[in-house]
Design a protein around this ligand. Structure first.
Ligand SMILES: Cc1cc2nc3c(=O)[nH]c(=O)nc-3n(C[C@H](O)[C@H](O)[C@H](O)COP(=O)(O)O)c2cc1C
Length: 180
């Protein structure tokens, strides 16, 4: 099976996830902007990972604008963000990125985040969304406290279980493609 992993990363955690997935299944890996879409027909599976900004997976619009070229293929999307992985966050990400309009698999991974390193504008964006979340009944107290902590304590998470899940799915697809 021929697979490619594409990514959009600002501070490196999404890039590290993309490269580790590609290494595990021995396939190509490229920044999304460098991919030549005319070659997409050569692949059986296309993986895209983007970092999250204001609940949007950066690069997802660009990636999904090529849906017609990919719709017969196996498509996997993952995001890296500050939110701990959970069903509520995953559902919210699917909804805000309109992922349920497409036949694809989506995985939400936690990555790196350091509030102190952000610009004034980015700090304001994060502070506002953390404050808004405190009144959101969909999130439990543990999630709210974890989000509040991010304003003072940096995180550097590597979601090995999430990465393993994506690798397992790609291996399963590979067996299906081989036996088709
Ligand atoms: C301005 C800004 C907005 C962000 N918004 C979100 C968000 O809405 N949800 C989230 O989970 N993470 C958010 N993050 C956290 C990043 O997605 C996280 O740090 C990610 O792991 C960065 O990936 P990278 O290391 O590949 O750049 C935001 C970060 C910044 C700087």
């Amino acid at each position: 099976m021929k697979t490619i992993v594409l990514y959009e990363s600002k501070r490196g955690s999404t890039e590290a996830y993309a490269k580790d997935i590609a290494k595990a299944i021995d396939c190509e890996v490229l920044p999304l902007k460098k991919f030549k879409w005319k070659t997409v027909k050569d692949y059986d599976a296309i993986v895209f990972g983007g970092w999250t900004r204001g609940s949007v997976i950066v690069g997802i619009d660009n990636f999904l604008s090529h849906w017609e070229e990919m719709k017969e293929k196996n498509v996997i999307v993952f995001s890296s963000g500050l939110s701990p992985s959970s069903k509520v966050v995953r559902d919210a990400m699917i909804s805000s990125n309109l992922l349920d309009m497409y036949h694809l698999r989506y995985y939400q991974l936690q990555g790196k985040f350091d509030y102190a390193s952000l610009s004034f504008l980015d700090k304001t964006l994060i502070k506002t969304s953390v404050a808004r979340l405190q009144n959101d009944p969909n999130y439990d107290d543990m999630h709210k406290a974890a989000m509040q902590r991010l304003l003072t304590t940096p995180i550097d998470v590597y979601d090995q279980e999430g990465v393993n899940k994506i690798i397992r799915v790609l291996n399963k697809i590979s067996l299906e493609v081989a036996s088709a």
